[in-house]
Design a protein around this ligand. Structure first.
Ligand code: AHM
Ligand code: MG
Length: 335
């Protein structure tokens, strides 16, 4: 139940019983993410003012340029989670390997692992366009008291206990789920508090927006080409509107409010597309499904996929249920 002016802190306390294994640890974890998000938000907001924008001179494991703010956000989230000794392991899109956190007693007592894309869409920072943070939380599968292993991170998205994103947009929002619906909080920068502004978000069952990088059209599989043509056809409520920010969190956030589909398919240039299953697709799929939407790789539900590697990429179709189903239909026909 949403109450007027409810803060994220109040909401977490009130809904603590929603958490699968309610020991307070998961609440503390989300609390520390909201804290780190405020600090990152502060840096992102002043990106145009200070000499922090621009390539850092390093590339991440996928061979892409890292921006300075990527590094800042990565460090900030890792530092906050590590210092508070809440999690036993962190995997980040920006790091080659996962990090083990043994705890100050060295006894590996923490239960949760966090997977994070600290600053998604960071190439948009230089041009003052929205970026986001995406996080995904699992309960470890290896025994408590031992160091975390790769298998703790390679769990299907179905096992997520919580996931969320922060959108650094015209206003800053934190949207998350613990498997009991999706709720959105807006940061009041003057007070530094997050307020429940979008309770129990609902992805419209259908919509009229399609979001895809059409510059890659000639490289797309036939099913995607056909679906794009379907979106552009003059019939019923079509042609649809094309909207593509190039910042997945913002594209999906908009579609979740207005109704639409976001697609990053495979192409003849990139056999598995671009987006990462663990840091981007699984958490977004969980959030979107909890709001009544759908997420697929074109053929199967994203959350059912068993990951095989930390930085695995996957084609991604995500949005209004009926639109994703339609896109899947086109994919099947052209197979
Ligand atoms: P990043 O994690 O390196 O920032 O890349 C992910 C971003 C998504 O936010 C966005 O949807 C996509 O890359 C845009 O890619 P493209 O420029 O190929 O359309
Ligand atoms: Mg990313």
């Amino acid at each position: 139940m949403s109450k007027p002016n409810q803060t994220l802190g109040e909401f977490i306390i009130e809904n603590q019983s929603d958490f699968a294994y309610s020991s307070g640890e998961l609440s503390r974890l989300i609390n520390s993410i909201r804290l780190a998000a405020k600090v990152v938000n502060h840096e992102v907001n002043k990106a145009g003012l200070v000499d922090i924008v621009g390539a850092y001179g390093e590339t991440n494991i996928q061979g892409e340029d890292q921006q300075k703010l990527d590094v800042y956000a990565n460090n900030k989230f890792i530092q906050t989670l590590t210092n508070r000794e809440i999690v036993c392991g962190i995997a980040s899109e920006e790091n080659d390997d996962f990090i083990r956190i043994e705890g100050h007693k060295g006894d590996h007592q923490n239960k949760y692992v966090v997977l994070i894309d600290p600053l998604d869409g960071s190439s948009n920072i230089d041009v003052n366009v929205s970026v986001g943070t995406i996080f995904s939380i699992y309960r470890r599968v290896t025994p408590i008291g031992t160091p975390v292993e790769l298998e703790d991170f390679l769990q299907p998205g179905n096992n997520q206990v919580a996931a969320g994103y922060i959108i650094y947009g015209t206003s800053t929002m934190l949207v998350y789920t613990t498997g009991h619906g999706t709720n959105g909080f807006t940061l009041n920068p003057a007070l530094g508090s997050w307020y429940l502004s979008h309770p129990d978000m609902k992805f419209p069952e259908s919509g009229t927006i399609y979001s895809i990088n059409e510059g890659n059209y000639v490289h797309f599989p036939q099913g995607v080409k056909d679906y794009i043509k379907y979106c552009q056809e003059e019939k019923d409520d079509r042609p649809y509107t094309s909207r593509y920010i190039g910042s997945m969190v913002s594209d999906i956030h908009r579609n979740m409010i207005k109704g639409g589909i976001f697609m990053y398919p495979k192409s003849s240039k990139a056999n598995n597309g671009k987006l990462r299953l663990l840091y981007e697709c699984n958490p977004m799929a969980f959030i979107v499904e909890q709001a009544g939407g759908k997420a697929s790789d074109g053929f199967q539900r994203i959350l059912n996929i068993k990951p095989t590697e930390l930085h695995q990429r996957i084609p991604f179709f995500c949005g209004s249920k009926k639109m994703v189903e339609k896109a899947e239909e086109f994919m099947r026909v052209s197979e």
